[in-house]
Design a protein around this ligand. Sequence first.
Ligand SMILES: Cc1cc2nc3c(=O)[nH]c(=O)nc-3n(C[C@H](O)[C@H](O)[C@H](O)COP(=O)(O)OP(=O)(O)OC[C@H]3O[C@@H](n4cnc5c(N)ncnc54)[C@H](O)[C@@H]3O)c2cc1C
Length: 387
Amino acid sequence: MNTNAADQYQDIRDGVRDLCAQFPPTYFRKLDEDRAYPEAFIDALTKAGWLAALIPRAYGGSDLGLTEASVIMEEINRAGANSAACHGQMYNMGTLLRHGSEEQKKRYLPKIASGELRLQSMGVTEPTAGTDTTKIKTTAERKGDRYVVNGQKVWISRIHHSDLMILLARTTPVAAVKKKTEGLSIFLVDLRSAMGKGMEARPIRNMVNQDTNELFFDNLEIPAENLIGMEGHGFKYILEGLNAERALIAAECVGDGYWFIDKVTQYTKERVVFDRPIAQNQGVQFPIARAYVNVEAASLMRYKACGLFDAHKPCGAEANMAKLLAADASWEAANVCLQFHGGFGFASDYDVERKFRETRLYQVAPISTNLILAYVAEHVLGLPRSF
Ligand SMILES: Cc1cc2nc3c(=O)[nH]c(=O)nc-3n(C[C@H](O)[C@H](O)[C@H](O)COP(=O)(O)OP(=O)(O)OC[C@H]3O[C@@H](n4cnc5c(N)ncnc54)[C@H](O)[C@@H]3O)c2cc1C
């Protein structure tokens, strides 16, 4: 298969594939059915060091680049698993790495690298603000050596499976800042001590197997030392992490895309209808071939975005475009795969419907396709800001 072509990351690909092979489709099917967290899978990935790829050696990680991290994510999704359970760790950790104090880094990063601590949650989205992040209403008010948090978040994932969460809250009212992007700050919240003591979580049952929640803050106290970076600069810090996040999500979509293409290619060659394999019909071949072409193209844009990121060059446009192209390509491949499985595409035992649901999410989260187009229109093409 072309989709298994060797490249310079073959060692990483082989290592992740070998590990994923220990977790058969039945494992992920059962988790999906039970809406359970992939504990054993995440533990194995952590023990093998894959989730510490971006952590510098000085803090116990393997100091790899975003390109290598993207290959890890791609291979996880391509193996039929889903990276959602672990990708948060990769880019949340990046925020701590870039903006945390030396003391915070020494305290948390080695434990995150070893798996003793999980930093897999990020609390940004709010019910009334939506994508308009500067309108968030959750506040963190400084009182002596603590911040007191009040407000509400929605869609916050892995709260019950992470030890730490990065929280975005307003520390200065909008009326008191020059620009609405100012006055927001980020904090490290110890979820183990917050739960039930100022923070409540209400799970939202949803289309995919993700523990995602509404969060309610009622005078949650956070030690002032848990502020990351400078007070009031949190929005900028979150934005800086987004390019890495988008490039990694793009890689996950590429992985999904290859999974769908492999699956449908194999199935259509074997399925005989009207006395011949359905793959012999151009009406079947062409949509599969087109989806494959689009996955390959999206993968190239992912490499471009990661390469620029690793070279410390601006990559906002490329990371956004990679995310859009890859999310579209994986969704196209998902539709084609489901279509040519006929009725069996709807049967859980074939895994197609599960992966179909999972890959659909990327059109909306963590950033919707429309907002990426708005970014390209404004920041690449110089068109007027539309919102
Ligand atoms: C399973 C799941 C897990 C999630 N996990 C997390 C998490 O861990 N942490 C977290 O902070 N968030 C999380 N989210 C939230 C996710 O990031 C948001 O749902 C996403 O950013 C879209 O925001 P919204 O739902 O508020 O949509 P809205 O902002 O209400 O937008 C709704 C739709 O309108 C369109 N739209 C909005 N404004 C414009 C515009 N100006 N021009 C054109 N179209 C526009 C968008 O395309 C979008 O599809 C998660 C969501 C899901 C579904």
